[in-house]
Design a protein around this ligand. Structure first.
Ligand code: PGA
Length: 250
């Protein structure tokens, strides 16, 4: 079975309005050549509406980097799933490692966000991944397994068919230390094992599992060639159109 291949970019807290516009212009110029590959970008939410409008009619899909799980209320500083939808985004990044480790998001909160994504018709890209100490202790697979079990509680098989998982070892994010394609492939296979255990073989085979962590134009091909790596989630290298397109074309 051939799975979707998704080249995604998380802008994090970068880009002014003018920079965002210029970056999207650059991507639009190159995205036509991507063939079957999908491109998905996560701008800061303040730019969502403009980026969605700029990408309309193109192959570029747009998502928000984060949201709260309630529809509305006294939650200063947060944005709601309905606001993300209203801005025209289709995807939502959930549980990026910076949300887990800088902002202290728990698996319980993450699970609420995954449920909210489906409730409000947003497609979640759920990030999982282990810390350096877990990696050094040989606990990468165990940590990812636990995160999947906790974060996917109450998510149905039908909903899982819309899900994208991103494996991002925390020790590889923004550090220049990319996981070797062999390490990443091995974890991706174990993620599929967990999906099979929690759901079914069909779902384990269907759900795209992306790799993230120091992906660059010169290491992307080695990762993307692996049978269980269905795309990438790029941070630093997605902020310039040529380097993100270089990854997409790898
Ligand atoms: P990086 O970030 O590519 O800069 O390592 C990846 C991410 O945080 O998604």
């Amino acid at each position: 079975m051939s799975r979707r291949v998704i080249i995604s970019g998380n802008w994090k807290m970068y880009n002014t309005t003018a920079e965002a516009k210029e970056l999207v212009e650059g991507l639009l110029a190159g995205v036509k050549d991507l063939g079957e590959k999908e491109m998905l970008i996560f701008p800061p939410s303040i730019h969502l509406k403009e980026v969605v409008a700029q990408c309309e009619g193109s192959k570029i899909q747009v998502g928000a980097q984060n949201m709260y799980f309630k529809e509305e209320g006294a939650f200063t500083g947060e944005i709601s799933p309905t606001m993300v939808k209203d801005a025209g985004a289709d995807y939502i990044l959930i549980a990026h490692s910076e949300r887990r480790h800088v902002f202290g998001e728990t698996d319980e909160l993450i699970n609420d966000k995954v449920k909210a994504a489906f409730l409000y018709d947003l497609k979640p890209v759920l990030c999982i991944g282990e810390l350096l100490e877990d990696y050094e202790a040989g606990k990468s697979k165990e940590v990812c397994r636990n995160q999947l079990v906790e974060d996917l509680k109450g998510i149905s098989a039908e909903q899982m068919k819309q899900m994208v998982i991103a494996y991002e070892p925390v020790w590889a994010i923004g550090t220049g230390k990319v996981a070797t394609p062999e390490i990443a492939e091995s974890i991706h296979m174990s993620i599929r094992e967990v999906l099979k255990e929690l759901y079914s073989e069909e779902i384990a085979e269907l759900v795209p599992v992306l790799y993230g962590g120091s992906v660059k134009p010169d290491n992307a091909a080695g990762l993307l060639v692996k049978p269980n790596i269905d795309g990438v989630l790029v941070g630093g290298a997605c902020l310039k159109a040529d380097s993100f397109l270089g990854i997409a074309n790898a």
